[in-house]
Design a protein around this ligand. Structure first.
Ligand code: 5CA
Ligand code: ZN
Length: 409
């Protein structure tokens, strides 16, 4: 699949800082020193509805990761998937009496537009589940042949007991895992499974549903977790730096994916850090396609909201916090954008070299975007009333805000 165009990232003077980030697996902050090449996998959308503010907030967090790494002059290999065949997509297509491939293509196209407008840097490898199927089938066959997977009425399940490290991503007890499995695409109550938590690797063809040639597995379609594993291993290999997504992916998705990969390769861990963004709510409940309490990025854009203001609204919350989208959050961001633009449109002003370092430090410290915004706010307030004569300052602030925060002033 093609991704979307990259906005230019201005180079900044001085040296970027190494990223320290919170890792769900070890429940602590770790410093990632990935050498000259940094590798990140971020779970992509299931394209059955438009991009909402919750999605955008999660992708914003990982865009900041890229920007911190790029500022340290590292090369970044960024991989993202599109779950372009899965139960929720097929159910929505059926409900609305439309072709599932058209639905997926239309919503993926809209996602690209939204990401472009928000200045999110694109992945180098943007891969759909359907196009990954030829790579998925041999992985499932290998797991089965190694005794880590078993068949149940034609479907193939992964045995969580085959991974001695199962559980180390999400650190949950058995009861919590069972509840979340049922909530998030698993089938813990299906009779005949070895362990209720075992996730599906390959689903045998169902009448009326799309299916693909699965070699010795028979016709069918892939499970959700193996999709991301196949794509990640193909483009990043094992022990890449970050696997990212919203906190609702820690279990079962990232836990199961890590187990699949670890059993397949005999290596541990799949990712050095598992990084999870908090959930954005609307009217007191998690914004979700299934509940329908959504604020779409595209709807805001159509209503004339500047994408830079949407981005500032996302940045005004720490990525790990759960937070609520409100009209005030947006109004504050619109006002901030106006102030920042007024400040950098002055021909000269207050030296900004210290500000560059403050923004760098804030982001390197577990992506503390609110602290970065506060630092820019302080410069802006002084700048708006200053009679400073540093002609390079407004340009330097614009470039800093663009390069590190993805906001075009
Ligand atoms: N296709 C899978 C991942 S392989 C998937 O979860 N797709 S999704 O469209 O449901 O979500 C895309 C990303 O947005 C995921 O990282 C998910 O954790 C995140 N996300 C979904 N809802 C919210 C929300 N309300 N707040 C923050 N992030 C969210
Ligand atoms: Zn995923």
């Amino acid at each position: 699949m093609h991704a979307w165009p990259a906005s230019e990232v201005p180079a900044l003077p001085g040296k970027g800082r190494d990223l320290q980030i919170h890792d769900t697996a070890t429940q602590g902050t770790i410093t990632l020193a990935p050498g000259p090449v940094a590798r990140i996998y971020v779970c992509g959308i299931t394209p059955y509805d438009a991009t909402h503010i919750g999605h955008a907030a999660t992708y914003n967090a990982f865009d900041l990761v890229q920007r911190v790494w790029l500022d340290t002059k590292r090369q970044v290999i960024y991989v993202q998937n599109v779950t372009d065949v899965d139960d929720p997509l097929l159910e929505r297509a059926l409900r609305d009496n439309q072709d599932w491939t058209e639905l997926a293509e239309r919503e993926t196209a809209l996602f690209r537009e939204d990401m472009t407008a928000l200045r999110m840097l694109p992945p180098q490898h943007y891969i759909g589940a359907v196009e990954a199927i030829p790579g998925i089938v041999p992985l499932v066959e290998r797991l089965r042949d190694a005794g880590a997977a078993y068949e149940l009425d034609g479907d193939v399940y992964f045995s969580v007991e085959s991974d001695p490290n199962f559980g180390k991503v999400s650190n949950l007890d058995a009861e919590a895992m069972r509840l979340l499995s049922a909530e998030r695409g698993g089938d813990p109550d299906r009779v005949g499974k070895k362990n209720p938590l075992d996730p599906m690797l390959w689903m045998a063809a169902r009448p009326g549903e799309p299916s693909w040639d699965g070699g010795s597995l028979g016709r069918g379609r892939p499970g959700w977790h193996i999709e991301c594993v196949a794509i990640a291993l193909d483009h990043l290999g094992m022990t890449f730096d970050i696997q990212g997504g919203g906190s609702d992916l820690a279990f079962p998705h990232h836990e199961m994916g890590a187990s699949h990969a670890q059993v397949l390769t005999g290596e541990f861990p799949m990712a050095k850090a598992y990084v999870h963004a908090g959930m954005v709510a609307l009217h007191g409940e998690k914004m979700s396609k299934s509940k329908g309490n959504l604020v779409f990025v595209s709807a805001l854009r159509r209503a004339g909201v500047d994408p830079a203001a949407i981005r500032l609204a996302l940045l005004s919350h720490h990525y790990r916090a759960d937070w609520e989208w409100t009209d005030e959050v947006l109004a504050e961001a619109v006002a901030r954008l106006e102030r920042w633009r007024a400040a950098v449109s002055r021909p000269d002003g207050i030296a900004a070299d210290a500000l560059v370092e403050e923004v760098r430090e804030a982001l390197a410290n577990d992506l503390d975007a609110p602290a970065a915004l506060a630092a820019v706010d302080r410069w802006v307030e002084r700048q708006l009333v200053s009679d400073g004569d540093d002609e390079s300052a407004p340009g330097l602030v614009s470039r800093t805000v663009d390069a590190l925060l993805g906001v075009a002033l």
